[in-house]
Design a binder for this molecule. Structure first.
Ligand code: H79
Length: 438
C-alpha cells in the first residue's frame, strides 16, 4: 500500500516536471530577439483580436464546448455561414493605430481548431471551408506592414477538432471524437501550421500560445516547437498562457485578466512572476469572441486606468475586440478605442516608452518612469496631501504633466508629500511629473 503510494507520488512528480524539462533548455535569445523584447516593452499597448467562425453564433469563442456542439454539427453550421464581406483590414489597423496601439495579436486558430488562414496541412480552414474563401491573416499582415504595426498570432495548442488531440484534457469532451489518437501526430500538425504562419506572412512579432492548461501534464514537446519558431524567425517572441512561471524558450510572460501578481480570476493562482517582459490581456466587455448578448462594457475611464495600472506594473496591455461575422467591429468597441487614443495623444509620453516606476503600485495609483522623470499617476485620491515613500534619488521638481504647473512637495526623512490642488485633479488620471536628480 505504502509502496504504491510512493511510486504514485514519484510518477506524479516526474509527470509534473516533464512539461518544464521539455522546454527549450539552454535557450539563448538571439540579439534580434532581445531587441524585439525591448521594442515590446516600449510599445505598452496592443490590440487583441478574437475572430473565428464562432462569431457566426455570436456567443463567444467557447460556444462549441459550452453548448456541446459536435464536430459534424459545427462543421455543418459555422464555416459555411462565415462570409465577412465587410472585412476591411486597413480599417482595423487604422483603428488600432488611432487608439495608440503598436501591435496586433490575432487568432490564427482558437480551441475550435479552425484555421483562419490558408493552411496546406488541413482543409479545416477559412479558404477551404467558407464562402468567403480568402486568407484574412494575409490581408491583415499586409495592412500591418504598411502602417508599421507588428502582427502576432494567437495559436491554440488545445484543439477540440483534431482527432489526434488525445488523450483528451479537461475540455472538448463533447465533440464526438473516437477515444483514440496519436498526440505526437497532433503536435506534428500544430508545428506544421506554425511553420506556415512563420513562413508565409512576413515578419511575425511573435506567437501567443494558449490552451496548454487543458492538460498541463502532457508532453507538449515545447522544446521542439519553440526551437522551430526561433529557427524560422529568431526575433519572434514566444509567450504562453499556461498560468505558470515562464518555461525556457519563452520570451515574455502573460497574465490573463489580471495585473501581474494578482488573482481576481481564480485561475492565476499558480503564476510565479519571472524576469521576462510582461503583458496582461483583457476584454472591453466580458467576452473574447463576438458575443451579441454581452453588453457589460468597461467605460473609457476604466480602460485608460487599466492601461495606466498595467504600465505601473511594467506590463503591456493587450486589449481585445471580437469582430462580428460580417467583418465589422461593433461601435461600442470602436468608440472606446478612439477615446483611449485621444487620451494617449495627450498623455502617451507617460505610458509609451516608459517602464514601471520606482514606487510600488498602490490603491491610489501607480508610477511609471522614463530617464530621470517619474510619472506619478494618481487614479483615486480625494485628499489634499498624498504621502509617498521617499524616492532613492533627490527630487528636483514636481509639476503637473501637460501644463507644467508646479506641484508643492515636502520631503521628510522617509516620505515625499505631494500637495494636490483639489481643483486640479483629473477625473481619470492626475499625472505629477517628478524630476529626479543624480
Ligand atoms: O482566448 C481567450 C479564452 O478563450 C481563453 N484565453 C483567452 C485569451 C481561455 N480559455 N479559458 N479561459 C480563458 C479561462 C480558463 C478557464 C480554466 Fe478551466 C479554468 C481553465 C482551467 C481552469 C474551466 C475549467 C475550463 C476548464 C476547466
Amino acid at each position: 500500500m505504502r509502496r504504491t503510494l510512493v511510486l504514485l507520488v514519484t510518477a506524479l512528480v516526474i509527470a509534473g516536471a516533464s512539461g518544464a524539462a521539455s522546454a527549450q533548455e539552454g535557450y539563448t535569445p538571439s540579439a534580434e530577439n532581445l531587441k524585439a523584447r525591448q521594442w515590446f516593452q516600449q510599445a505598452r499597448f496592443g490590440l487583441f483580436i478574437h475572430w473565428g467562425v464562432y462569431a457566426v453564433r455570436g456567443e463567444g469563442e467557447w460556444v462549441m464546448n459550452e453548448k456541446r456542439v459536435t464536430i459534424p454539427e459545427y462543421e455543418r453550421d459555422l464555416p459555411p455561414a462565415f462570409n465577412p464581406v465587410k472585412y476591411d483590414p486597413a480599417a482595423w489597423v487604422a483603428m488600432a493605430k488611432a487608439a495608440g496601439m503598436k501591435y496586433i495579436t490575432i487568432t490564427s486558430k482558437h480551441h475550435d481548431g479552425f484555421a483562419m488562414f490558408d493552411s496546406k496541412v488541413s482543409d479545416y480552414d477559412i479558404v477551404d471551408r467558407t464562402p468567403y474563401g480568402k486568407d484574412v491573416l494575409k490581408a491583415l499582415a499586409e495592412a500591418c506592414r504598411k502602417e508599421g504595426i507588428k502582427l502576432f498570432f494567437y495559436h491554440s495548442q488545445l484543439d477540440w477538432h483534431h482527432p489526434d488531440y488525445f488523450p483528451r484534457g479537461r475540455t472538448g469532451l463533447f465533440a464526438g471524437r473516437e477515444e483514440k489518437g496519436d498526440f505526437n501526430r497532433y503536435l506534428d500538425y500544430m508545428d506544421a501550421q506554425l511553420r506556415e504562419l512563420l513562413t508565409n506572412y512576413g515578419e511575425v512579432g511573435g506567437i501567443w500560445f494558449d490552451g496548454m492548461w487543458d492538460k498541463p501534464q502532457a508532453e507538449w514537446r515545447l522544446a521542439k516547437t519553440y526551437k522551430l519558431i526561433h529557427d524560422l524567425q529568431p526575433a519572434a517572441l514566444v509567450g504562453s498562457n499556461h498560468h505558470r512561471k515562464p518555461f525556457p524558450g519563452e520570451d515574455f510572460q502573460m497574465f490573463e485578466k489580471d495585473l501581474p501578481g494578482h488573482n481576481t480570476t481564480g485561475f492565476n493562482d499558480t503564476v510565479e512572476i519571472g524576469q521576462l517582459p510582461f503583458e496582461m490581456c483583457d476584454t472591453i466587455n466580458n467576452s473574447w469572441g463576438f458575443n451579441k448578448n454581452d453588453g457589460s462594457y468597461k467605460s473609457t475611464k476604466q480602460i485608460v486606468q487599466l492601461l495606466v495600472k498595467a504600465a505601473g506594473y511594467d506590463a503591456n496591455l493587450l486589449l481585445n475586440v471580437g469582430p462580428r461575422p460580417d467583418g465589422t467591429i461593433q461601435p461600442e468597441f470602436v468608440k472606446r478605442l478612439a477615446e483611449v487614443g485621444d487620451w494617449l495623444k495627450a498623455n502617451g509620453a507617460t505610458i509609451r516608452g516608459t517602464r514601471g516606476g520606482p514606487l510600488p503600485p498602490r490603491p491610489w495609483g501607480v508610477t511609471t518612469q522614463s530617464g530621470d522623470k517619474v510619472y506619478v499617476h494618481v487614479l483615486d485620491w480625494s485628499d489634499p496631501v498624498l504621502s509617498l515613500p521617499k524616492p532613492a534619488k533627490k527630487v528636483v521638481s514636481a509639476s503637473l504633466f501637460g501644463g507644467g504647473k508646479a506641484v508643492g512637495f515636502t520631503l521628510d526623512k522617509d516620505a515625499l508629500l505631494l500637495r494636490l490642488d483639489p481643483k486640479a485633479m483629473d477625473a481619470i488620471d492626475t499625472i505629477v511629473v517628478l524630476e529626479l536628480g543624480k
